[in-house]
Design a protein. Structure first.
Length: 125
């Protein structure tokens, strides 16, 4: 839900003067979306994707309670058996997974951001 909401917010929050300038240059609505709105909304869109990804990793632990297994098996099993190493193994695995995915998405965000900045600078020249 957060990813969808941030996509909509990112696209709607593009400065209207920028959109009007694009219309003044003769761009169609599709070109405005592709060349103006999407590149300017990318940071907000990626923030939503990153947040949703980390939340989904945390939610994977809850699958245990509905019989889905997942990472929650280690954590809940460790709690029930008073087995601290098992509990820590499950918790640390989930934390590492969340941090790794967040870092990978941050790297992708920087690369896509660099590409859109390059595209904008060459388009302006």
């Amino acid at each position: 839900m957060a990813a969808v909401k941030t996509r909509i917010t990112g696209l709607e929050d593009v400065d209207e003067k920028t959109v009007e300038a694009a219309r003044g240059m003769g761009m169609t609505e599709w070109e405005i979306l592709r060349k103006v709105r999407l590149p300017l909304a990318m940071p907000v869109i990626f923030a939503g994707i990153r947040t949703s990804t980390v939340l989904n990793v945390g939610t994977a632990y809850l699958a245990f309670f509905i019989g889905g297994g997942g990472l929650g098996v280690w954590v809940v099993g460790g709690i029930q058996l008073f087995n601290r190493p098992q509990l820590l193994a499950g918790a640390i695995t989930g934390a590492l997974l969340a941090v790794t995915l967040d870092g990978a998405l941050a790297l992708a965000e920087r690369r896509i951001g660099a590409e859109t900045n390059t595209d904008r600078s060459t388009a302006a020249a």
